[in-house]
Design a protein around this ligand. Structure first.
Ligand code: FAD
Length: 413
């Protein structure tokens, strides 16, 4: 049994088929005693106005059920998606820490877990076609079915985690007439690792991508650490981030730095597209109407390639990037630039490389002077916009400084 906290407002009803739903109303025991998580929040005075409390309880509940005693860092990471504006986080974090005394993690759910598993196993892993209120919802159980549905229903809106698409319903009150939901396809959730590359299924949740890339693709893992919140990363996928092709999609610059290849598929076969060609414009991709993104291939960089990612936003957690970056550099024995990729988000209508800066650096000595000169021509590559997050000038200065920050990060010590 795996207990996962998600933002329920982003979940379409058929997505929960085959799962147990636990809401805050379920936690109390039949005899009226509070769940250990609820009790801990009461004991540490972790609730004031109470608006945010149900979400905080469920976040800590998922952590409680994760089977081990969470560290302070894990508690902080879990609570990123829960905004509290009156109690303050100290007593809430204290409640999380207080749960360490419950080493066996026993509660009413563990007492009935065997029974629940038997019940869940009775629900077949099957495709669903659900029709209601002028809406048609397909949730195929295999990739083959999904590709056939894609070919036959070109107007259906593809959904993986729904963390982008569901906002069209919750914020814009749109009625989505036809949905093709890929969230139940095991083939899209695979990780295949070899000496040449790692292949990440497009349907893997971003939280499941993190451990898979932590060691070999650390800059991607670090970007995912500040991507949304745990509740968003439990639903959102890499395929969805690529599919939305947002100019501030956080995975895109760092995937460019790693030279990622996007694999797409239709009923006739597969195409592998370099990520720089995959993003074709403002929220547009090279994916054809009958194709689905099935995986992302990350070629293993040689040991001499240095890759870093950066995200500038108003707050560190749960915020949209103002400017983001994925950088890679390979130096030769004389400390000269052999290859260099400088990809930026938030600087143009699409994620884009700073081509003039890259050209300037090619073959040059990787010294502070040279990098400062290179960084100053970043203005030739971009004409960013001014919006609610930042002015155009700020963005250009931030981009320039990130290049310098990258250089500093490559200097030993
Ligand atoms: C509170 C909140 C915080 C967020 N924070 C961040 C953040 O920090 N950084 C960031 O970059 N984004 C953020 N997002 C946006 C979103 O979570 C990401 O873009 C996420 O990766 C989308 O994945 P998904 O699976 O939920 O996509 P979905 O909503 O399911 O789909 C997104 C788009 O991709 C298409 N698509 C999905 N899967 C496929 C596929 N396999 N083949 C073809 N097309 C496909 C869909 O048709 C749709 O157009 C946030 C969203 C919310 C609500």
């Amino acid at each position: 049994m795996r207990y996962t906290a998600v933002d329920s407002c982003l979940v379409f009803l058929p997505m929960v088929h085959g799962k147990q739903i636990i809401t805050v109303e379920n936690l109390m025991d039949a005899d009226g005693s509070l769940h250990p998580v609820q009790q801990a929040l009461v004991d540490t005075y972790g609730s004031q106005c109470g608006f945010c409390t149900p979400g905080i309880v469920m976040t800590l509940f998922a952590l409680y059920k994760s089977g081990h005693t969470p560290t302070r860092t894990e508690i902080d990471d879990a609570l990123v998606g829960n905004l509290c504006r009156c109690t303050g986080y100290r007593p809430i974090v204290d409640a999380g820490l207080a749960l360490a005394v419950h080493t066996d993690r026993k509660d009413k759910f563990s007492r009935t877990e065997e029974e629940t598993i038997v019940l869940l196993r009775q629900i077949k892993h099957e495709s669903i076609r659900y029709e209601s209120c002028n809406q048609l919802y397909h949730r195929p159980a295999t990739l083959h079915e999904a590709l056939v549905l894609r070919r036959n229903s070109l107007d259906a809106l593809v959904v993986s985690g729904g963390t982008d698409v569901a906002l069209r319903v919750t914020k814009k009150h749109e009625l989505l007439p036809e949905i093709l939901d890929l969230s139940a396809i095991p083939e899209l959730k695979e990780v295949v690792s070899s000496s040449e590359s790692i292949v990440l299924g497009a349907g893997l949740s971003l939280n499941d991508v993190r451990p898979a890339v932590r060691i070999s693709f650390a800059a991607l893992a670090e970007m995912l650490d500040v991507f949304g919140s745990k509740q968003i990363r439990n639903l959102g996928t890499l395929g969805g981030n690529l599919g939305s092709a947002s100019p501030i999609g956080d995975s895109l610059p760092v995937l460019m730095a790693y030279g990622a290849i996007v694999r797409v598929m239709n009923c006739d076969g597969t195409r592998d597209i370099p990520i720089t060609e995959f993003i074709t414009g403002y929220r547009t991709t090279a994916c054809r109407p009958d194709e689905l993104i099935t995986s992302v291939i990350l070629p293993r960089p040689s040991a001499s390639v240095i890759v870093r990612s950066f995200k500038i936003s108003k707050r560190q957690d749960l915020d949209i990037s103002t400017v983001s970056a994925g950088f890679a550099v390979q130096l030769d024995k004389k400390n000269c630039v052999e290859t260099c990729i400088l990809a930026f988000g938030g600087m143009a209508a699409q994620t884009k490389r700073a081509v003039s800066v890259e050209k300037f650096l090619a073959g040059k000595n990787w010294t502070r002077d040279v990098v400062e000169q290179a960084a100053s021509i970043v203005k030739n590559d971009f004409s960013p916009i001014t919006d609610a997050r930042a002015g155009a000038d700020f963005r250009l200065i931030a981009a320039r400084n990130l290049i310098l920050k990258f250089w500093i990060s490559t200097q030993q010590g």
